[in-house]
Design a protein around this ligand. Structure first.
Ligand SMILES: Cc1cc2nc3c(=O)[nH]c(=O)nc-3n(C[C@H](O)[C@H](O)[C@H](O)COP(=O)(O)O)c2cc1C
Length: 158
């Protein structure tokens, strides 16, 4: 199964989780990149504001076509209770291009279900599996088994 993992990460958590998932599945990786940097307090406020307003960020042109993959796994941090604005931009640009999808998010521990639903709506793809990795789970012993289960759910859907 040809698998693509697409992530956006501002502070590294979503990237770290994504790399673990990609290794388990032998997936290619596309990292969504901002055009404008999001440093400091102003970057933090702008990020929260964009997410809350469902405003897509300006992102660099993706380099990999998701249509060429059997499965695309998309990972986002949660910002202000929503998907991050760079992931919204990516999903809007490529909406309808995902034959099979799975979603995950990293967060401080809230709003997971509504974010997964919003991603499905924007991507026009019903996920075969979803996963939430909270701050506690990220550093816990159970992370590896959570990721294994997520990968199993994805693999058994095919
Ligand atoms: C602007 C901003 C807003 C955030 N809002 C939320 C939130 O509403 N709920 C939540 O659980 N975590 C929130 N967080 C925490 C991030 O989702 C969490 O730290 C995530 O793992 C960051 O992923 P990253 O390291 O890949 O950027 C927010 C972080 C930022 C920068």
């Amino acid at each position: 199964m040809k698998t693509l993992l697409v992530i956006y990460s501002k502070t590294g958590n979503t990237r770290a989780v994504g790399k673990e998932i990609a290794e388990r599945l032998g997936a290619d990786i596309e990292e969504i990149m901002d055009i404008r940097p999001r440093k400091g307090l102003f970057g933090f406020i702008r990020s929260g504001f964009e997410a809350l307003r469902c405003k897509p960020a300006e992102i660099r042109q993706p380099s990999i076509a998701p249509k060429e993959y059997d499965l695309v796994i998309l990972g986002t941090p949660i910002w202000a209770g929503r998907m991050s604005s760079p992931v919204r931009a990516y999903l809007q640009q490529l909406s309808g291009s995902f034959s099979n999808a799975a979603f995950f998010c990293t967060c401080s521990g809230q709003d997971y279900e509504s974010v997964m639903k919003d991603m499905a709506n924007v991507a026009k793809a019903e996920p075969v599996a979803t996963l939430e990795v909270s701050k506690e789970k990220l550093v816990s012993q159970e992370l590896a088994s959570l990721l294994d289960k997520f990968v199993d759910r994805i693999s058994s859907a095919h």
